[in-house]
Design a protein around this ligand. Structure first.
Ligand code: SF4
Length: 336
């Protein structure tokens, strides 16, 4: 079913004729007829409108491991949906065909919340991920989907750039999240993403405090965010501020979008990051986007048994007993 849906934005105030969006830390001040940085909040005469409400550009059933989530229902399928736009502007965006679209570009199909929930039910999946582009800017749609989604667990794949009030609304409603930490310096965030680091870290900390299953992805860009200072600071933050059992996915970058210089990430770069994470005490470190055996399986940090084996997107969970290591009983931060 397609149609025009006009949905008032959930977080904004109007000051002096401008709508001040409260959804993410940018705090865009939007005049009638204009859009915020993300391209999805449109100023109306009397209200700020979530112009992307229900507009789905991509929809697939994926393996959970593709999000990537390696410690949440391993081997299950997840309905994955995405829209357009983004509240960051990463020079290297690997998903720019969706993120840089600012008004839907005519590529979307409007799927009302009850229809999306119905599709999940008819496909027999119990997991629904908001992914491909940034789900924060789909806030109103996610809220409405959740209100109908009894028996469905919602998942975010997010840059973590969201303001505290909407963040609380999201964390009350989702079961799992993978947050992209794009670098570990304010300078990197400012130059490469047009955003700031601190709110992202706050979101990760809030996820753990709220009991939401958390995994992190760190895309290694040679020469920009893979120096020892950023890597060590990132790993120490995970170990000391979050929890050493939070799964971390180091992922390989390829030159794309507006970042065409330099070089792609090598296997050696990924292995170096894994070594750094191990020295900081991180228990579950994975390597993505390149086929590296050392970065695929889940190994029990206590007895060394392989508890989950991954070959491509084939997942074997014979080494698990419930959420624990079948060999020694150690908890491996696995939600099954
Ligand atoms: S959600 Fe969009 S409009 Fe709102 S503050 Fe963030 S970038 Fe600006």
């Amino acid at each position: 079913m397609s149609g025009i849906v006009v949905k008032q934005a959930r977080h904004y105030r109007t000051v002096g004729g401008r709508h001040v969006c409260g959804l993410c830390p940018h705090g865009c001040r939007i005049l009638p007829g204009s859009r915020g940085i993300c391209g999805t909040r449109l100023g109306g005469e009397g209200a700020l409108v979530a112009d992307n409400y229900g507009k789905v550009v991509a929809m697939n059933i994926d393996p959970m491991e593709k999000k990537p989530l390696y410690h949440f229902r391993p081997g299950e399928l997840v309905m994955s949906v995405g829209g357009y736009g983004c509240n960051m502007d990463c020079l290297h965006c690997q998903n720019h065909s969706l993120s840089t679209v600012r008004d839907g570009g005519g590529r979307h199909r409007t799927i009302p919340p009850q229809e999306l929930v119905g599709i999940c039910r008819s496909e027999g999946v119990r997991n629904l991920a908001f992914t491909y582009n940034e789900p924060t800017i789909w806030h109103e749609y996610v809220m409405d989907v959740h209100s109908l989604a009894d028996g469905l667990d919602l998942i975010y794949v997010s840059n973590g750039y969201i303001s505290p009030e909407p963040r609380k609304e999201v964390l009350d409603r989702i079961a799992a999240i993978n947050i992209d930490v794009k670098g570990f310096s304010e300078e990197f965030y400012r130059k490469v993403t047009n955003a700031h680091l601190a709110p992202v870290l706050e979101t990760a900390e809030a996820c753990l405090a709220a009991g939401v299953h958390l995994e992190l992805t760190y895309l290694l860009i040679p020469g920009l965010n893979d120096d020892d200072t950023q890597l060590q600071d990132f790993c120490v933050w995970v170990a000391d501020v979050l929890d050493a059992h939070v799964p971390v996915h180091f992922s390989a970058f390829h030159r794309d979008h507006r970042m065409r210089d330099g070089r792609d990430t090598s296997a050696e770069d990924l292995l170096h990051a894994k070594k750094t994470a191990g020295e900081a005490g991180l228990k579950f470190v994975y390597l993505g986007n390149l086929p590296i055996k050392e970065g695929r399986d889940t190994v029990c940090p206590s007895c060394g048994a392989t508890v989950v084996t991954r070959t491509g997107y084939q997942t074997e969970t014979d080494g698990l007993d419930g959420g624990n290591c079948a060999a020694c009983g150690e908890q491996v931060n696995m939600r099954v």
